[in-house]
Write a protein that binds this ligand. Structure first.
Ligand SMILES: [Zn+2]
Length: 402
């Protein structure tokens, strides 16, 4: 547990972590949200008493980057037990396998070296090693040895620590970084640190997969805003960060229901800046940012009314998805008692307690004994999968996705 006194933490930053600019505009202030939302606790009391801090979602008018100006990495301990893996979902597994095929088709990796920064539990890197004979190193402070069946030829290794270029003894031909950049406060320093690892050989580069903030802006999707995510990208601000740091971006698109930015890049060779179809203009971004405060207030009002009116009418509500979106959804709206159950298919989440509300996460089968009237799905990508799971246990509640 982090014991840094909140009062000792500094004032919100006044410069952009991506471009250094100072023309900043605050988009959303959440006064007290849990400082970790992927963590799971051992008791309802631990969940309800989990440390909180403010979020100041801020837009840089110079480069379009969005970040939490009140972020302080000292509040987060990724080495504590976190549960970020999505590898229990069939939909996500199919997507990950497709990406592995794309990576081995794009980068010549046979007999070469792959580094994954922020490898989580190592599932993705293991898939890469099964697809192509290579030497692989995964780095993540939350890696858990016992959770992975590694190939036995020693080709796959892990370092259970934060990324520090000084401790990377490998010269990787490809650096993979999935769902990690959004957790980095000093984003420019981070991509600067990676560049020398891949800058002196042809056919070497980086693959990044990062959540897109476009939907959050357009739809006021406040459940995708939480403390660990201190950095929010669109395709153009993502690519722009790499271009400005001396990379050439070679492929850029949105994928996974337009939720994730997929980017391939390599050390710059002076190629002209080429806009990709997925990129949007700074003017478009600025307009979305300007409209966001009213939009998010409207969406938060909608969901607060949706839940409280059904609860008042005596209907049982369940949330499907016990991850960070659920934690953010409930704590941003100040809801807890209105939700009868939170369900997750990940056995490592089940029977443990959410930060903020202290609600216990249950397996889907728990719904059979106490059928819900309404199920709120925290990710529309899983709607079909979840509807089938509910039908399998004989339930047909109202199902709505955020
Ligand atoms: Zn900026």
């Amino acid at each position: 547990m982090i014991d840094t006194p909140i009062a000792a933490l500094g004032a919100p930053r006044t410069d952009c972590p991506a471009c250094g600019g100072g023309a900043l505009k605050e988009l959303l202030h959440l006064p007290a949200i849990p400082v970790q939302s992927c963590i799971l606790l051992d008791s309802a009391a631990d969940g309800a008493g989990f440390p909180r801090h403010q979020m100041r979602l801020t837009f840089c008018e110079e480069c379009g980057f969005i970040f939490n100006a009140a972020f302080d990495e000292r509040l987060i301990d990724y080495a504590s037990v976190t549960e970020e893996t999505q590898h229990f979902s069939g939909t996500f597994n199919a997507f990950a396998r497709k990406l592995v095929q794309e990576i081995v088709a794009t980068w010549p990796l046979e007999g070469r070296k792959v580094l994954e920064i922020g490898c989580g539990k190592g599932d993705f890197l293991r898939e890469v090693c099964l697809a192509v004979r290579c030497e692989a190193l995964g780095i993540d402070p939350g890696f858990i040895e016992e959770r992975l069946e590694t190939p036995h030829d020693g080709s796959l290794r892990f370092q259970r620590e934060y990324f520090d270029p000084a401790t990377v003894k490998m010269r990787p031909d490809l650096v993979i970084c999935r769902h990690t950049l959004e957790h980095i406060g000093e984003v420019r320093d981070f991509v600067d640190d990676i560049l020398p690892l891949v800058s002196d050989r042809p056919d070497s580069g980086v693959f990044f997969e990062t959540p897109d903030v476009g939907r959050v802006l357009r739809e006021g999707a406040f459940w995708d805003i939480y403390f660990e995510h201190c950095s929010y990208f669109t395709p153009s601000t993502h690519a722009g960060l790499f271009w400005s740091a001396g990379y050439d971006v070679t492929a850029l698109r949105l994928d996974y229901g337009e939720q994730y930015i997929i980017q391939h890049a390599r050390a710059g060779r002076g190629a002209p800046l080429r806009p990709f179809a997925a990129e949007e203009s700074l003017e478009t971004l600025a307009a979305l940012a300007t409209a966001f405060p009213a939009r998010v207030a409207e969406v938060m009002g909608h969901w607060h009314d949706f839940v409280t009116s059904r609860h008042r009418d005596g209907r049982r509500l369940a949330i499907w998805g016990g991850g960070s979106k659920c934690v953010s959804f409930l704590t941003s709206l100040g809801l807890a008692d209105e939700i009868a159950q939170v369900i997750d298919i990940n056995p490592y989440k089940q029977n443990r307690f959410l930060p903020g509300t202290g609600i216990q996460v249950m397996a889907p089968q728990a719904l059979a004994a106490t059928p819900p009237d309404t199920v709120i799905v925290m990710n529309p990508v899983y709607l079909d999968e979840i509807a089938r799971s509910l039908a399998d246990i004989g339930l047909s509640p109202e199902i709505v996705a955020v």
